[in-house]
Design a protein around this ligand. Structure first.
Ligand SMILES: C[S@@+](CC[C@H](N)C(=O)[O-])C[C@H]1O[C@@H](n2cnc3c(N)ncnc32)[C@H](O)[C@@H]1O
Length: 464
């Protein structure tokens, strides 16, 4: 993909994720899950007590494992229950992280990916899904398909999981013929607590993307520091400009611990490139992860969940979806530069929030970047945390008066907010609120990532 079309393609991917598919299990994945269940259990599996019992047992074990501190045992019932039941809730994670990677770099057309603790292949399939979104975007922008070759290397200690992975991935038919997917060599190995043996296993192999999804958080048998060293060690297996995608479910890994894990990995020499979701400049030092430490996406119910709910007594999709919060991070080997747009805007009219004395009566012009989108439970209107590194306050929020519309903002957007009220903290609180009303002008400087006015998702026409 040429650099010149990247912002446009990124917008399309972004819109698909935010409005359509992040959100949404794409039909190709949905269909694949259904036919894979038929393949694993036989076409009438829904009517077979044996297979339904197997899934039920697996779902129960998964729930039990989530509550305990022990590492789960990935036997066949549990791996299948994960693949069909809990796994689909994760399909947005890799695309979400890849979208941030794409904000900074153009991806090579031959993409080598290592899936660490691949299990049955949920993250790898969601990587294919991301490339489907990319292919869709490129087709819309250029009118031409662009060939991508994705080589996936799963690494797992479990033979059963790797066997399932191969069957699951090999049978996946990407929504676009220009995507070629291969699994050159699965690696069956038990990673030591600090990744010792990683170079024996991987040799001189390097990857553009390393996925570490639901493995470092769950691996509670080794210490947090040891896991952080392993995370940092992974950067030695990255191609130049490559990224490590780190994702953990808040149901199985405590988010505050995951923040510690991330900061320790930074101390070990890795660069944390996101969250901040703005994969750009870091205002200070080697880390900027004050924002978006935990995310929660609303995920459309996959077709297979409807079936599982009907046949498995232990399956409650709505409950799982509600608990579907996750911690994430993108690590790199090289230093990256965040927030370049903030340079120069702090002088003159727009002030850093920390330079002001909030007041009930005065109005101010301030700048800052969006750190996190939250929902007011009472008004059901979104409000935004302002990145503390950009505004100098760790409890500053941007709120919109009910009389004005809320523009579509997302993490990392850099804003100039002209003529707004800055409300001092209420008694006993330290929360400063920048309130946008009818007299305020909000300019989003992250123009190259503005939303398109319409939805662009995978359509039957585009899929051909
Ligand atoms: C919860 S599953 C995650 C699967 C997949 N990555 C995902 O995000 O859905 C964790 C996987 O990591 C594997 N695993 C756990 N500890 C491991 C270790 N020390 N070395 C290699 N694989 C390990 C397990 O066998 C299991 O398949």
């Amino acid at each position: 993909m040429e650099e010149s079309i990247r912002p446009k393609v990124l917008q399309l991917v972004q819109n698909a994720l935010l409005f359509g598919d992040s959100a949404v299990l794409p039909t190709a994945v949905d269909r694949h899950l259904m036919s894979f269940a038929d393949q694993e259990f036989g076409e009438n599996w829904v009517e077979s007590d044996e297979t339904v019992g197997l899934l039920d047992e697996g779902l129960k074990s998964l729930q039990k494992a989530q509550r305990s501190l022990d590492s789960p045992v990935y036997d066949r019932p549990m791996t299948l229950a994960y693949l069909f039941g809990h796994g689909p809730l994760s399909f947005h994670k890799v695309p979400f992280l890849m979208r941030n990677v794409l904000r900074k770099s153009v991806l090579p057309t031959e993409l080598k990916v290592l899936d660490l603790g691949s299990g049955a292949g949920i993250s790898s399939v969601s990587m294919i899904y991301f490339l489907e979104l990319l292919a869709n975007g490129i087709r819309i922008v250029t009118g031409q398909p662009e060939a991508y070759k994705l080589s996936l290397t799963p690494l797992d200690s479990s033979d059963a999981a790797l066997g399932l992975y191969q069957r699951f991935i090999e049978n996946y038919v990407p929504g676009f013929p220009e995507l070629e997917v291969s699994v050159p060599g699965p690696i069956q190995t038990l990673l030591g607590s600090e990744g010792e043996g990683l170079s024996n296993t991987l040799g001189a192999d390097k990857f553009h993307i390393i996925i570490a999804s639901h493995i470092l958080g769950e691996n509670k048998s080794s210490s947090l520091s040891a896991r952080a060293r392993l995370l940092a060690e992974l950067r030695n297996f990255l191609e130049p400009g490559g990224s490590i995608l780190f994702a953990e479910s808040a149901a199985t890994a405590i988010p505050s611990e995951m923040n510690q894990l991330k900061s320790r990995a930074v101390a070990e020499g890795a660069t944390l490139f996101s969250p901040c979701a703005n994969a750009w400049e870091k205002p200070t030092g080697r880390q900027c992860y004050t924002c978006g430490n935990v995310a929660h996406e609303h995920v459309r119910k996959p077709m297979i969940a409807d079936i599982l709910e009907t046949v498995c007594e232990s399956y409650d999709y709505a409950k799982l979806e509600k608990r579907n919060s996750w911690s994430f991070g993108i690590f790199r080997a090289d230093d990256s530069v965040h927030h370049p747009q903030l340079e120069g805007i702090g002088s003159g009219l727009f002030k850093k929030l920390s330079e002001l004395e909030p007041s009930e009566t005065e109005r101010f012009s301030v700048y800052g970047s969006v750190a996190k989108v939250e929902m007011d439970r009472v008004t059901e209107r979104p409000f935004f945390k302002i990145c503390d590194q950009t505004c100098g306050s760790d409890s500053a929020y941007l709120s919109f008066d009910p009389t004005v519309g809320i523009p579509p903002l997302e993490n990392g957007d850099v804003l100039e907010i002209e003529d707004a009220r800055v409300l001092p903290p209420a008694a006993g609180r330290n929360k400063v609120i920048v309130l946008v009303d009818a007299g305020t002008t909000v300019t989003n400087l992250s123009r190259d990532f503005n939303y398109l006015s319409s939805k662009h998702v995978l359509t039957p026409e585009v899929l051909g």
